[in-house]
Design a protein around this ligand. Structure first.
Ligand SMILES: NC(=O)c1ccc[n+]([C@@H]2O[C@H](COP(=O)([O-])OP(=O)(O)OC[C@H]3O[C@@H](n4cnc5c(N)ncnc54)[C@H](OP(=O)(O)O)[C@@H]3O)[C@@H](O)[C@H]2O)c1
Length: 354
């Protein structure tokens, strides 16, 4: 953001939700900020909605700082209309419907995003709903395809199957030609959602043993890829549940990252234990990941087969309530923050639909 510089024809100031200090949801406050000026290769998006992620709660608590150079505002994904293009942007124009992966700044009326991290929102997809897709699709794609080396015919286990990430991971594993998809969740409605999204077996992690179930279902072989956000005592059980040459991919450690585990099977089964975080990746890495999503998964979004699961939306001004709601953990799929003045889905010059 460059002080004193504004984009022609756009307001100089906007409403954004800032983190005033590390703490609970009450530290989220509406502030007036300068509208970002898109830099080389960036577009300015007039935000329709921002997708919420668990990382936003960690950032608010002071546990997940923005990477160097990123906005201090929370918000890792947005959808909206391109409001301005910075120098050197090709292939996008003012008025285009896009959603974007960003390193921060999504909880605002306007957000700057690298053009290479934008995806075109297809006609059949509601503009605000598209905000639920970039972070989950990119996280799932890079961790299943690049780190997990998912191949057609593999058996896959997705932990947290009803989470924002999990709901996309179940569907993506299917479209990436997994043989069988197993998913864990912690309540009957979440288990039903996992099955509805394509899990061959939804496993109740409170009352069932996922190791025994995947072993039994695969004739004792185990699964080839596990996407795990839990950690803690899941590490040893994941190792047990993996087939020979299996890959365990960590994207979080909700139950703890300091673990004592029997690691001998890593040698005997020639396992790979890996993981990644998306936010801190370089712009070049993120561009490559978005390109991978665009090639492998976006066509399924465009034809309506791969869908965002929306739990509920809040007004941007109610971000604190949205954080309390996500913290409670009863949600299934994604939570959205809608800007007060929802942009028309039409391009300039066309009649708005609402
Ligand atoms: N590495 C990366 O690049 C990256 C990117 C995005 C997100 N993430 C991480 O991925 C995770 C999911 O993100 P999200 O935004 O989709 O969050 P979310 O919707 O809030 O989902 C969190 C899920 O965690 C599950 N869970 C919580 N405690 C658990 C436990 N003790 N045992 C088993 N499951 C438990 C819950 O499932 P049940 O209620 O069914 O138990 C819930 O569905 C978060 O931890 C986030 O930090 C990582």
């Amino acid at each position: 953001m460059t002080a004193g510089v504004t984009v022609d024809g756009l307001p100089g100031r906007m409403i954004a939700i800032a983190i005033t200090e590390p703490g609970g949801p009450e530290v989220l406050r509406a502030e007036t900020r300068a509208v970002p000026v898109p830099k080389e290769g960036e577009v300015l998006i007039r935000v329709a909605a921002a997708g919420m992620n668990r990382g936003d709660l960690l950032q608010r608590q002071g546990l997940y700082p923005p990477p160097p150079g990123a906005s201090d505002l929370p918000g890792l994904e947005v959808s909206g209309l391109v409001a301005a293009c910075g120098p050197g942007v090709a292939g996008l124009a003012v008025g285009d419907r896009v959603c974007a992966l960003v390193a921060g700044g999504g909880y605002a009326e306007y957000c700057a995003a690298p053009a290479a991290q934008c995806l075109p929102v297809p006609d059949g997809l509601d503009l605000a709903t598209a905000a639920a897709l970039p972070e989950a699709l990119c996280t799932v794609w890079t961790n299943l395809v690049e780190r997990g080396r998912l191949r057609a015919g593999d058996n896959v286990l997705i932990h947290g199957g009803a989470s924002g990430i999990g709901t996309i991971a179940i569907q993506a594993a299917r479209f990436l030609s997994a043989a069988r998809v197993f998913a864990t969740a912690g309540s009957p409605d979440k288990l039903a959602l996992c099955a509805e999204l394509g899990a061959d077996r939804a496993i109740d992690h409170r009352n069932e043993d996922f190791v025994a179930i995947v072993k039994d279902a695969t004739g004792g072989r185990g699964v080839d890829v596990i996407l795990d956000m839990v950690g803690g005592d899941y590490l040893e059980r994941n190792i047990e549940a993996l087939a020979v040459e299996g890959r365990l991919v960590h994207i979080s450690f909700i139950a703890g990252s300091r673990v004592c585990a029997e690691l001998r099977p890593v040698m005997t089964k020639r396992l790979t234990i890996t993981g990644s975080t998306l936010r801190g990746r370089s712009p070049a890495d993120k561009a490559a990941i978005v390109a991978g999503v665009r090639a492998d998964l976006w066509p399924r979004v465009a034809d309506g087969q791969l869908r965002a699961v929306l739990d509920r939306g809040f007004a941007l001004a109610d971000a604190a309530a949205a954080h309390r709601y996500m913290h409670e953990g009863r949600h299934r799929g994604k939570i959205l923050l809608h800007t007060g003045r929802r942009p028309s889905d039409k391009k300039p010059g066309e009649e708005p639909t609402t």
